[in-house]
Ligand binder design. Sequence first.
Ligand SMILES: Cc1cc2nc3c(=O)[nH]c(=O)nc-3n(C[C@H](O)[C@H](O)[C@H](O)COP(=O)(O)O)c2cc1C
Length: 220
Amino acid sequence: MTDTELLATVPIRHDRRPPADMVRAAEVFAERMAQRRSVRDFAADPVPDGVIEAAIRAASTAPSGANVQPWRFVVLTDPARKRRLREAAEAEEREFYERRAPQEWLGALSALGTDWHKPFLETAPAVIVVFEVHRGPHSPKPYYVKESVGIAVGLLITALHHAGLVTLTHTPSPMRFLNEVCERPPEERPYVVMPVGYPAPDARVPDLTRKPLEEVMVRW
Ligand SMILES: Cc1cc2nc3c(=O)[nH]c(=O)nc-3n(C[C@H](O)[C@H](O)[C@H](O)COP(=O)(O)O)c2cc1C
């Protein structure tokens, strides 16, 4: 037994819409999302004030295990801080690509043409570093942390795309150096690094295909 009080309840806010409108909205949204791509070449142009904040607010509406909301979003825009991030990330990535990465992993990456150089960490006008927040002096024990933070990051990617920006889910390995660069305590564990901005004018992306619905969906 615990002595926590049951939360009060409020009516759900939900507008029931005509089915045809719903189908149309779902189709339009799917089409819009199909245009999302991971971008690795950024323009230096700044992003409009407030867009990143609103996108992080949207991400923070994600469901989370026991509603602990175990996420932290660190926004880096200071050029000196971004340079430190790039230098630290490239040192780790160089070690990864040249020594630590198993051949099988390098094989999977080779088609994408990625290597240890990460100029986008400096050229992108903003870099959002997302952390999982574990139990600490000021944070309770979270549940389903990876799932919760993953969902929040999915919403963040969607919100940035919806606002007209591009990003990349970048996962340097290992990532502990991010605590120092972002000045975060040890109970916060790096999850992903997301440069955010506009594509460089000559930016190109791999010509990928996505699995068709029949392959990813099962209906009984
Ligand atoms: C969990 C995760 C980690 C990723 N890590 C990296 C990374 O470290 N570097 C990178 O260039 N791309 C990374 N990506 C991006 C994927 O390569 C990219 O999403 C995939 O090739 C599909 O391309 P698209 O995002 O344009 O659809 C990562 C994606 C995910 C979901």
